[in-house]
Design a protein around this ligand. Structure first.
Ligand code: NAP
Length: 332
């Protein structure tokens, strides 16, 4: 019997075709009130679930008793009840590596745009305010040669650090769960305490995953310890930062600016005070959003799903213990 899968949100025709060649596919390019019942009905028979921005709760799992594999089109998996999935023998796969360089590009775009005030000065020109030579009021700061402080030195953190050290001559310091001797050697990077990083960095860039131990890691106290000239960049997850504390720090001039791809509430509400702050550069969570990378992520998710449903160990299982506990083959 063909296994059944549910595919959620827009997938390219080529990926959908691959899935349809292997499985019975119930495809939901959009999920809203209008098709939620059909989605749940499809999940009731599904062996696999694939998509981006999936919302998986224990209640949803209760309604999907045959589910063996969930393949998320993302590297972050903070929105999944991983322990609960492991307990039920459901393998969760993510898409690391293929998005690392693109997300690092986004991080560096935010660093450049914020430090050199690119969107603000773009508006200055468009609004017809460029009437004479620009004054000091329009000056930014240098990026090259400034100290880059990475909070998190994993795949994406290292890729941002490489851009800073090798491309812009930035001394790199980092705080991370574990030291990275190879990166110290490659980039002359220096592992330091979180507090030392906050005190020394000209640019503080966050790339840790969202976990219980990183939720609100960057709080009011952390902003107080940063330089008043510091630029803060978040390409990780919104809740790693206490957003209200960040807004206060920006409004009081405790830090000079912020470049943000992620927020505590997404989409960013129209009432957010961030929208009124010219020293803040805002992106709509597009860290990995290029044609090439989103396609590579979808392909990796398809491969993960297919392997796991064929009873083989997928390369990117977040909870490989689930695979060992109840291998997909046993359920076949
Ligand atoms: P990764 O390779 O796992 O790197 C995460 C790093 O954070 C690791 O080096 C880890 O330390 C460190 N870390 C974990 N918990 C920590 C803690 N409590 N204190 C200090 N360091 C800690 O992951 P990645 O591929 O770089 O991705 C990182 C995150 O970026 C993802 O989880 C995701 O949320 C986010 N992301 C966002 C976008 C976007 O669109 N903006 C795109 C992709 C990813 P160890 O090395 O010691 O384990």
């Amino acid at each position: 019997m063909n296994k059944r899968i549910v595919a959620v949100r827009r997938l390219h025709a080529e990926h959908l075709k691959q899935l349809e060649g292997m499985f019975h596919v119930d495809y939901f390019p959009h999920l809203d009130e209008g098709n939620l019942d059909a989605y749940h009905a499809a999940l009731a028979h599904a062996h696999g679930l694939i998509g981006g921005k999936l919302s998986v709760t224990p209640a949803l799992l209760d309604g999907a008793p045959n589910l063996e594999v969930v393949a998320t089109i993302s590297v972050g998996y903070d929105n999944f009840p991983v322990d609960e999935m492991s307990r039920r023998g459901i393998v969760l796969c993510n898409t690391p590596d293929v998005l690392t360089e693109t997300t690092a590009d986004t991080g560096f775009a935010l660093i450049m745009a914020t430090v050199r005030r690119v969107p603000e000065l773009d508006r200055f020109v468009r609004e017809g305010q460029w009437q004479a030579h620009v004054e000091e009021a329009q000056f930014g700061r240098d990026v090259h040669g400034k100290t880059l402080g990475m909070v998190g030195m994993g795949r994406i953190g290292a890729a941002v650090a490489r851009r800073g050290a090798l491309g812009f001559g930035m001394p790199v310091i980092y705080s991370n769960a574990s030291p990275k001797p190879a990166l110290n050697a490659e980039l002359g990077a220096r592992c330091c305490s979180f507090e030392a990083l906050l005190a020394c960095a000209d640019v503080v860039c966050v790339t840790v995953p969202l976990t219980d131990s990183t939720r609100h890691l960057i709080d009011a106290d952390a902003f107080r310890q940063m330089k008043r000239s510091a630029i803060f960049v978040n390409i990780a997850r919104g809740p790693v930062v206490d957003e209200a504390a960040m807004i206060t720090a920006l409004q009081q001039g405790d830090i000079a600016g912020a470049g943000l791809d992620v927020f505590e509430q997404e989409p960013l509400p129209s009432s957010s005070p961030l929208l009124a702050l010219p020293q803040v550069v805002l992106l709509p969570h597009i860290g990995s959003a290029t044609h090439e990378t989103r396609s590579a992520m979808a392909q990796l998710a398809v491969d993960n799903l297919a392997l796991a449903l064929q009873g083989e160990r997928p390369p990117n299982a977040v909870n490989p213990d689930a695979f060992s506990m109840t291998s997909a083959q046993e359920k076949m």
